[in-house]
Every structure is written in C-alpha cells, then in structure tokens.
Design a protein around this ligand. Sequence first.
Ligand SMILES: [Zn+2]
Length: 309
Amino acid sequence: MKKRTFLVRILPMLSLGLSPWIAGANELRIAATTTMVADLAESIAGDRAQFTGLMGPGVDPHLYKATASDINTLQSADLILYNGLHLEGRLADILVKLGRRGKQVYAVTENIPEDQLLEPEEFEGHYDPHVWFDPRLWALCVDTVVDALQAIDPDHADEYAQRGAAVKADYLAYYQWGEQYLSQVGDGQRYLITSHDAYNYFGRAFNFKVIGVQGISTQSEAGLADIVEIVEFIKKNRIKAIFIESSVSPAAIQRISEGSGAVIGGELYSDAMGAKGHIEKAADGSSFDVGTYEGMVKSNIATIAEALK
Ligand SMILES: [Zn+2]
C-alpha cells in the first residue's frame, strides 16, 4: 500500500512525460531523499525553492531503489540533499556519483562530530544513521543545509543564515518539550521495544533502553531466537507496552506482544514522517501535523509517554 501511494504520485508524471518541477517558476529546485531531509530543507529555504522528495510517507529508505523518474528528478535538480550515514542504502551510490560529476550533493549529517555518533555493534562498523530522533543532533545538520543553499544562491545568504538559526532554536525547543513530556515515565518503564533499531539516539537523548527486534536495517528479519529472548526480557522487566513502526512490517512485534502480554502501545514514526496535514493531539493539549518533523518527533514522544507512564 505504501508503494502504491508513491506510484500514484509518480506514474501520472511519467505517462505525461512531465518533469517533477513546476515549469517557469523562478525558484531553486531541491531534491531530497527522505521526508525528514525535505522538511529540514524546506524550513530553511522557504519560498526560495521548490522541493521534490523521492520517498513519501511510510517509505523505507534502507531498501529504497531509485526509479527512472527519480534519476530524472536528481539530474534536473539544482541541489540534492540526503541523510547519509548509509541510511539510503544503494541510492547513496548514485548520489555520490552525481556529486563527482559536478552536481551539488550534500549529506545533511556530514558535519555532525564523529564523537556524537553512535556505532552500535550490530551496525558492523557503520555509524547509526537515525540521528533525527535526537533533535539536538538534527540541529547540527542545519548549518550544512545553510551552507549548501548559500553556495547555490549567494544573493540570499543572510536569509538562509537567519532561518537556519531560527530552525535550530525550534529543534532545541522540541527536545526540551520531549524531556518534560517524558518525565511522566518512571525509571522502571524506560524501555523502548520496536521493530528495528531506529531509536538509539532517542534512547540516549531521553534516557530509555532501546531494543530493536530487527537490528539496524530493515533488511534482516527477526529470528525466532531473538523473539523468544525479547519475550523473556519483557516478562522479567514487566514492560507494559511495545511499539510498531510506520515504515516496517508489524509482524514480529505482534508475535512478541502475544507472547509477552505487553500491549502494543501505538505506532511510531521511524524512517519517514506521516501524511502532510494529518493532525494529532497530545494529552497536554498541544497539537501537531505529523507530516512535519516537529509533528513526527512530538507524536512519537506522546505515544511513548502515554503507553509507558
Ligand atoms: Zn531505519
């Protein structure tokens, strides 16, 4: 179903032979891979650019393969932004090649200091790419986007710098909101059990122990041994709730829920944001659009807090 949503958007363009960009618009053309990267770029570039995101809501970036129309989008863009740290799997190889041929291509995570990146054992020598779940780390990606925009559009350098500073302040405020909201969850319930290892940075930022059933990427499936082990762990620690993810199959989590008695506490956004304009409300009265970075982060935090408090 997720794939279909994407095709519905892309197929009419292909059949009509249309470009993904609005013709005649006097704007920069920015191609972004994930919804989070597109949101980051849009927050800083604002009306100065038009955006095409390759991956829509619910799309898994680890397994994503570029389509013919994606290649067309990338080749006709003024600027290409991607997450990096191997999040995009094989698509990253294409992006690096385009960069070598002179295209402006930036991994937004490229200036995060290495000592702030996690390198979990199961990532086999790679850094964990899911940095957006610590808003303080995502704030460290802002300057890379500001630099990229200033390079392709130096006339508006000040404007990008100003918006970048405002975006950083917003992200730090989301972190503080999260810390406050999650203070309802006691130390004994600070376990986050989900489908794949997307939440290591979240765990470090907000003091949760994180267990991903499928490991780092969605490429591997959960083995029976893992499931039995996690069921035992949940029972032993009396963990109340576990969580499914919007871009990963819920099968393993459902089996663990049945085996352990922990309820499914809700659906978390992992590697893609929600549908634009879908509004959710938190118990503290705040509401947010889950098709934005802010909404994605706050929705996850509210879901976790409500299920584990
Ligand atoms: Zn992931």
